[in-house]
Design a protein around this ligand. Structure first.
Ligand SMILES: Cc1cc2nc3c(=O)[nH]c(=O)nc-3n(C[C@H](O)[C@H](O)[C@H](O)COP(=O)(O)OP(=O)(O)OC[C@H]3O[C@@H](n4cnc5c(N)ncnc54)[C@H](O)[C@@H]3O)c2cc1C
Length: 530
């Protein structure tokens, strides 16, 4: 319900009660998240200046914004830590043990994929639709299908991180990876990386749509775009990024006026916002379940959940995949383990860093919040799915061993709710579910899709919180390589996507510089006028 009347300011007693509640609720992660916040808000300030600015900001939050929002939001007792998408149960829970407790793992197979989130379910689907029956894929999942970030996310199918963003992150990293090149060459190479990334992501989004329509998957799919608010200081960089997107031909990324923002999302802003035209929303867990259920109809695919892989040993002709339920010999292995990867393959520690993000859902929320729309404020995301409103934020590195832990910060949930109010005005909101997950950032924030040992062990990961933009197409390309199918385009050329780029940059075969070559693409067909 929307409140029309403004309330008088909260009393001093109420403010003090809110502050005590916040202090009592602080956990270790709140301090880590505070550090992330300070570094992203004031990247160029000294540590002392960051601390000073942060304390002023924190004071405003605890004395003004949070007491204000705390009059309108309530927390269920208890708030469930089950992610909203999984709250109604998992149709593939404990598969196949639930129905067949005596089942045993096969001793040998063609290919094992480890992990069954967005990437692992996509492996299952592509394999089952392309492989001959005698070639077998086994997916091993230590928990249940979509129990990792795939079942804990915001529910957006993104067109990827837009061209300019990829260009900037790769450009920052290139002086370390390619000290032999000059600044101009770094810029050129960063552009090539951005183009390679966007090509793969654009096809990925279309493949998802085609698959949902062709298979008739019921996963609440809607393609309405994604609005991203930008404050006054970010207007220049927004203009620059839109210009670069247009110039490169990856024209999904545009800028819209405050009036258009309100019309599309209900959000009230004072400045232009970024807009991804062809982003979509879906129920991410239903998407994974649908892919795996379709794959299970074929003899070439088997799923074993609640089966943790503890080691992968290279035995020359085959890999020995060691699990808590027994060992499997496999000719190929595909790691779809994302933020958990360094726990299985130590060489990725520090190169695929688990980064915590969190979300909460509740009933109520602003009436004007438009459903089926990707919506980001300046410090968090929001959305409406049926009767539930989702809010979330954070991107804080956590140690490898904390990958996948559910440890949301209550402070952040309150902060995100206050952000929602900033853009939508007052509303009632009852928070029922609150959770966190970990996504993975590589040092250049560019994904890794390809072989990790130069042989037959592959990885699909490092998707920087945009797994819906990479995993489906990435899995298609890896399946094609393993099956020796070369009739389809491969969007993940090793010179860009191979993990050797991170593991051994001096021996990596870097792409040739394409000086003067145009990388313009045709406009995206899903792009529509706003
Ligand atoms: C709060 C939040 C919001 C997000 N919002 C979005 C969004 O809107 N759009 C978007 O594109 N992305 C979003 N993301 C990121 C997105 O969810 C991830 O990029 C995506 O889930 C990655 O897919 P994945 O299959 O690689 O990894 P995961 O989904 O994490 O799957 C990895 C799987 O591997 C399993 N596993 C790990 N180790 C082992 C082992 N040793 N043995 C067996 N199994 C193992 C895990 O149990 C897990 O199920 C968000 C993430 C979070 C946390």
């Amino acid at each position: 319900m929307r409140h029309s009347k403004p309330l008088p300011p909260p009393t001093i007693l109420f403010r003090i009660r809110v502050i005590i509640g916040l202090l009592l609720g602080l956990r270790c992660h709140d301090f880590r998240a505070a550090r992330t916040f300070a570094s992203t808000q004031w990247p160029d300030a000294t540590w002392l200046a960051k601390l000073r600015k942060f304390l002023i900001w924190a004071w405003r939050q605890v004395w003004f914004d949070l007491p204000d929002i705390m009059r309108d939001i309530r927390f269920s007792r208890p708030v469930s830590r089950v992610p909203f998408w999984l709250a109604e149960g998992n149709p593939l829970a404990n598969h196949p043990w639930c129905q067949n407790p005596r089942a045993t793992l096969p001793e040998e197979t063609d290919t094992v994929a480890i992990g069954c989130g967005l990437a692992g379910s996509a492996m299952a689907y592509h394999w089952a639709t392309c492989a001959p029956a005698q070639r077998q894929l086994i997916v091993l999942e230590m928990d249940d299908v979509a129990s990792g970030s795939a079942g804990r996310n915001e529910g957006l199918i993104v067109m990827g991180r837009y061209y300019h963003m990829v260009y900037i992150t790769v450009l920052k990293h290139l002086p370390m990876a390619r000290p032999d090149l000059n600044q101009d060459d770094h810029e050129l190479l960063a552009r090539q990386f951005a183009a390679a990334y966007c090509s793969g992501c654009y096809r990925n989004a279309d493949l998802i749509e085609t698959t949902i329509r062709k298979e008739g998957f019921e996963c609440d799919y809607a393609r309405e775009g994604w609005v991203q608010a930008r404050d006054e200081n970010e207007q220049m960089s927004l203009q620059e990024s839109v210009h670069m997107a247009l110039e490169s031909g990856f024209d999904d990324w545009t800028s819209i006026t405050p009036e258009q923002v309100e019309q599309l999302s209900g959000m009230q802003v004072r400045h232009n916002a970024g807009f991804s035209l062809a982003a979509a929303t879906f129920h991410p867990a239903k998407w994974c379940w649908s892919l795996v259920q379709r794959a299970l109809e074929r003899d070439s695919f088997e799923l074993y959940s609640q089966t943790k892989v503890v080691r992968v040993e290279d035995r020359g002709e085959y890999y020995l995949v060691r699990t808590r339920r027994g060992d499997i010999r496999a000719r190929h292995v595909v790691n779809c383990t994302e933020s958990y990867t360094a726990l299985l393959h130590r060489q990725f520690s520090g190169l695929m860093r688990p980064t915590q993000t969190q979300a909460a859902t509740g009933s109520g929320g602003p009436e004007s919040l438009k459903p089926f729309m990707g919506i980001s404020g300046t410090n968090g995301f929001f959305g409406r799915h049926g009767n539930a409103v989702i809010v979330g934020s954070d991107a804080t590195w956590v140690p490898d061993y904390q990958a996948g832990r559910i440890q949301p910060s209550r402070f952040l949930t309150k902060f995100c709710s206050a952000q929602l109010k900033k853009f939508y005005g007052r509303f009632d909101y009852q928070i029922n579910n609150e959770w966190s997950g970990t996504v993975t950032y590589t040092p250049d924030e560019f994904p890794v899709v390809g072989t990790m040992d130069g042989k037959r062990q592959y990885i699909i990961g490092g998707m920087a919180g945009s797994g819906s933009a990479v995993g489906f197409n990435g899995a298609r390309c890896i399946v094609n390589r393993i099956l020796g199918r070369n009739q389809e385009p491969d969007d993940f050329p090793p010179e860009y996507f191979s993990p050797t780029r991170l593991l051994d940059p001096t021996r990596h075969s870097w792409p040739k510089l394409q000086a003067g070559k145009s990388i313009r693409k045709a406009p995206h067909p899903a792009a529509r006028e706003v």
